[in-house]
Design a protein around this ligand. Structure first.
Ligand code: FES
Length: 77
């Protein structure tokens, strides 16, 4: 891989999710959000993307990233 291409690859966060799309947009319908609490992936390494599966821990170990999931919860929890 030429150095400029390697630099591009190193800067990519999303390596495998919906790569056929120029931009990945996920929509969550608020009315369908029936769980009191849910964790959503921000590291792009989850095998259950859009949900966090804990893969960020290994990614953080390998890269030093401090990326964690985004937790959505209903008021009062
Ligand atoms: Fe990506 Fe948890 S697996 S944030």
């Amino acid at each position: 891989i030429p150095p400029e291409e390697k630099g591009k690859m190193d800067s990519l966060i999303n390596l495998q999710i919906q790569k056929e799309n120029p931009k990945v947009v996920n929509e969550i319908i608020i009315e369908d959000f029936c769980l009191p609490k849910a964790a959503y992936c921000r590291c792009w390494r989850s095998k259950t993307f859009l949900a966090c599966d804990g893969s960020h821990s290994k990614h953080s170990e390998l890269t030093g990233s401090d990326m964690c999931s985004r937790i959505l919860k209903k008021k009062g929890l």
